[in-house]
Design a protein around this ligand. Sequence first.
Ligand SMILES: [Zn+2]
Length: 558
Amino acid sequence: MRTRFCIAFAGALFAVFASSASAQQAGDTGTPPSKPLAPPSARTEALKKEVVAEIEARRTFTQQLVDSLFSFSELGFQETETQRRLTDVLIREGFDVQRSVFGVPTAWTARYGSGRPIIALGTDVDGLPTTSQTPGVVTRKELVPGAPGHGEGHNAGHALVITAALAVKKILDRDKLTGTIVIWPGVAEEALGTKAFFVRDGMFKDVDATLFVHVGSDFTTTWGEGTGTGMVSVEYMFSGSSSHAAGAPWLGKSALDAVELMDMAWNFKREHLRPSQRSHYVITSGGNQPNVVPPYASVWYYFREIDYDHITQLWNFGNTFAEAASMMTGTTWESRVLGSAWPQHGNRPLAEAMQANMDTVGLPEWTDADQQFAKAFQRAMGSEERGLPMKLAQLRGRVSIPAEEQTGGGSDDIGDVMWTVPTITMRFPSNIPGAIGHHWTSAVSMATPVAHKGATQGAKAYAMTIIDLLTRPDLLANSKDYFNNVQEAPKKYKPLLRPQDKPAVWLNKDSMDRFRPALSKFYYDSTRYKSYLEQLGVQYPPPMPPESDKGINTRGPQ
Ligand SMILES: [Zn+2]
């Protein structure tokens, strides 16, 4: 009896796995197929071939943008050189450029064309602290010690977007197509710092669809619920009173004590939070010197969860602990929101259209040198020496991911845009499999032929999808239908930002002021050097590290 039950149970289990495996292959689990699009017209196909040829012809332009932005190494809200470089190009090309929009000095929009559809084209632009790295060198070699760098690869996104936009613009002009493209930057994405403000303040008010891109080590897009989290970023600021820490400590009220008590409470709370949460903090101010009781201290928290209600629940716990810590220490507290992000949801019809174009263009043609570079890097990482991807991934997506499979992860404030207009993210292959996120190893490939080719290939599929949106009205209609009737069926967007919250434009200013003079000596000069690697005198591909160096990048402090 027991045996038979087990067999029956195992059979049922197998049936579940088998059906979910085949559904996975179809890129879906149990949701009805999306409405089919009318096949593209011969004209659409011809225009796509044209944009691909235009993008091929712009390889040098793309490479120069990738390399320039890499060399600027700018942190969030301080992307001034990046803004200048990108908007100069767009002004020269006849785009209507507005700088310093929506209360963010380094933000901008660049608009071209007229009438509908209005298609927003975006990608992130900021770098990360302490990730300065010489590109093409597979072991640690900072350009400027301690400085920021592109340790995620945000430098390649706008090379892709602008290359694609210029190819499309040529066709808009020649064929007098109706439609508008609006290019915008994800300023301070690493702080989840602007997109929710852009949404709140109307950047996407008239937009019909958004095509977003982000660097990756593969060429993919997805639809439906994302596997990561949404979040709110909150700084808690405590005020007490100082006193001589030895002479009269009883007269002091330590703001640092309040910070430590709040953090201690949070770390006890962790045990009783859901596995899908992620929370972390840094102490942004801890006092001045030990013999002065700190009158002021502050701590900056990221509260991440997979839906709005749980994000706000974490935020409320934070507020409670701040209040309790202030009561214990006789201090006062206030807080400010520095950023926020909604959990992501990709639009299915847009993802399907993008995937069809990615299938057409395929992965970049990697050379033996590119593969050697990737394998040398992977040896230094101690990861499998599998080189660069050779097989395109299939489209994947599910309307919703069951709670038990939601194990948390990172966030991107593109989530707020995704809940405002039909939006997808395309990931393009400019990085090498095996790199560590938010780390100098993710900068190694980002101004090399791997990054250049990834951006060019991404630009082709991206421009082809813009052509789809401009010439196939049913794509836009289907994407809106999905947005309204599938994505929004269970829930609607409720901003985490409050009306009084303002973009934290002061972030990273001190750091950039400190490092910019040294970094500026390394800015890429495209008038003198064909590539940044040539300017830096870096050999490509690098030699294969000896076997004894396997995993050297993960040993010791880096
Ligand atoms: Zn990013």
